[in-house]
Design a protein around this ligand. Structure first.
Ligand code: HEC
Length: 129
């Protein structure tokens, strides 16, 4: 009885491992694409994991941070470099009353490029360019 149970658990773990490997394989495939689509897909993951708590899941803001899908942050007013600076150094409040944005450590240069591309994409979809 006991052995049977253990075999069952073992098989379950194997299946999970296979799913995990296949799952990551798919992700690294899309991440590896040299197209801007691959970049914005990766950027969405960074955005939802790191920025959405304050800037909102759709970039439309929360009680802790302003919308990034907003005329203030259009490319002509906040160029891509402003995103790098904000993420690396944080932001002193100057446009809103949410207080400062803390630096967001742990993001690579590629993560920053990806998340910036993603925000530009959702800005464009909202007609902000
Ligand atoms: C803890 C909350 C918080 C998190 C997390 C956060 N932000 Fe912010 N962010 C803010 C606040 C608040 C401001 C507005 C400051 C002001 O009043 O101008 C801001 C401003 C910005 C600005 C404008 C910078 C400028 O020069 O005015 C950019 C760009 C930005 N955030 C991008 C991001 C990105 C990208 C992420 C994720 C990697 C992120 N933020 C994560 C709170 C946050």
């Amino acid at each position: 009885m006991r052995t049977k149970l253990l075999w069952g658990v073992g098989a379950g773990v194997m299946i999970l491992l296979v799913i995990a490997v296949v799952g990551t394989g798919g992700n690294s495939g899309s991440r590896g694409l040299a197209t801007s689509e691959g970049e914005t897909v990766a950027g969405r993951v960074v955005f939802e994991g790191t920025c959405a708590t304050c800037h909102g899941i759709e970039g439309t803001g929360t009680e802790q941070g302003p919308p990034l899908v907003h005329q203030y942050y259009r490319p002509g007013h906040h160029a891509d470099g402003a995103f790098t600076l904000a993420i690396r150094n944080g932001v002193q409040p100057h446009h809103w009353d949410f207080g400062p944005m803390p630096p967001q450590p742990g993001l690579s240069d590629q993560d920053i490029a990806d998340v910036t591309a993603y925000v530009r994409e959702i800005q464009q979809l909202a007609g902000i360019s």
